[in-house]
Write a protein that binds this ligand. Sequence first.
Ligand code: HEM
Length: 178
Amino acid sequence: MAKGFPRIQRRLHWWTAVLVAGGFTLGLVMRAVPLRDLLSKFLLFQAHKTVGLMVLGLVILRLALRVRLGRPVPSAGLRRWEPAAASLGQGLLYALLLAVPMLGYLTACTAPARVPTLFLFVIPIPSLIASNSHLYALLRVLHRDAAFALIGLAVGHALAALRHHFAGREVLLRMWRG
Ligand code: HEM
């Protein structure tokens, strides 16, 4: 079994990281923009939704590749419990990477304002469920809290990789250069 990740999996990993960070920042900024700046708010919402939907696509692709290609053997020098803890963390990360964009999509569908979702600012994404203010109130909180949990877990994941790196283990390098 290989020791490092193939190039396609490494690229998708780093693209996911960049898009999640970008989508999260856009989410906070778009909410902070006042309603009187309607055009900026609208464009920021569309950018946020576009980035979020890209994350969803990338994660589905990553999961398919993971099933097809498997994963490399654990790095040398880890303590016995560390590969199991890493797998648990990665499983949770994947679950949140799927849940956050899906909750975001459902939030957008149920929003009373009925703002269309335009992928890349032009491609309309159909709403699978109708506008519903009660459901929207619940979904937006779930979407926000899941997004914060995702960022918290991703930061923990990055710090763990850095800790291994500075302890001389190849955990980070095999995702960086294979
Ligand atoms: C990884 C992907 C995503 C992340 C990290 C993310 C993160 C966030 C964050 C941080 C907020 C602001 C929450 C607040 O301050 O109340 C937000 C709001 C929102 N997101 Fe996302 N989001 C993602 C994907 C999506 C997707 C795919 C859609 C829709 C297609 C979406 C639709 C929305 C909407 C409509 C709001 C505003 C909710 C409201 O009215 O308050 N998000 N998101």
